[in-house]
Design a protein around this ligand. Structure first.
Ligand code: GRF
Length: 212
């Protein structure tokens, strides 16, 4: 059975992109650690099973992660997709789901792990920014990269405008990565990933654009 569990904490726009992508799935469940996550309502509107597991009801990270794993395992997922899930997961949890736990991050990793990626990108004056889908390892926002999308940074970009353009790309690459996984097209070799049946186009992205 091809089952997907999506973990969210808030808005859920990446979750929504996954729900609307018509992925080849038999079952989808959404789990949130936050009962007020607006993404939960979006999931319900899509007729998707939702589960709330409030981390504040647990004495420590390990006991929350154990309860979360029980909920996840009941859905027998092929893949677990973190989509704005704002909890750091224990090493034991990450190991349990090794090679089937994916995350979307709003930067071109390994640049800018952690929070506040767009503000930090602007501060650094980088000219090309983007987002990354990767497998989760014990190191935060690190792990084998499945796909990245890059966008040029404009001189008048603000954190908000940059975030919006990166988010558009997140909504494109996350469903793509999950589809590849469900189709068994992702080959993991250490830190390297090969996606069968894909090609790299040779075009470069310049920012600013070249002038003659
Ligand atoms: C996204 O920017 C994602 O890359 C990051 O958290 C944000 C979640 O947004 N991990 P949403 O809840 O999917 O709208």
């Amino acid at each position: 059975m091809k089952s997907l569990v999506i973990l969210i904490s808030g808005r859920g726009s990446n979750m929504q992109a996954l729900l609307e992508a018509k992925l080849p799935l038999d079952r989808i469940a959404v789990i949130s650690n936050n009962a007020h996550a607006s993404g939960l309502e979006i999931a319900r509107q899509h007729g998707i099973e939702t589960i709330v597991l409030d981390h504040r009801a647990f004495p420590d990270r390990q006991s929350f992660d154990t309860a979360l794993a029980e909920k996840i395992d009941a859905c027998q997922p092929k893949l677990i997709a973190l989509a704005g899930f704002m909890r750091i997961l224990s090493d034991r949890f990450v190991q349990r789901y090794q090679d089937r736990l994916m995350n979307i991050h709003p930067s071109l990793l390994p640049a800018f792990p952690g929070l506040g990626t767009h503000a930090r990108a602007l501060q650094e004056g980088i000219k090309i920014h983007g987002c990354t889908v990767h497998f989760v390892t014990a190191q935060l926002d690190h792990g084998p990269i499945v796909i990245q999308a890059a966008i040029p940074v404009a001189p008048d970009d603000t954190e908000e405008t940059l975030a919006a353009r990166v988010l558009d790309q997140e909504h494109r690459i996350y469903p793509q990565a999950v589809r590849w996984f469900m189709e068994d097209r992702i080959r993991l070799n250490g830190n390297q990933i090969e996606v069968t049946g894909t090609s790299v186009n040779g075009a470069a992205l310049y920012s600013p654009g070249l002038t003659e």
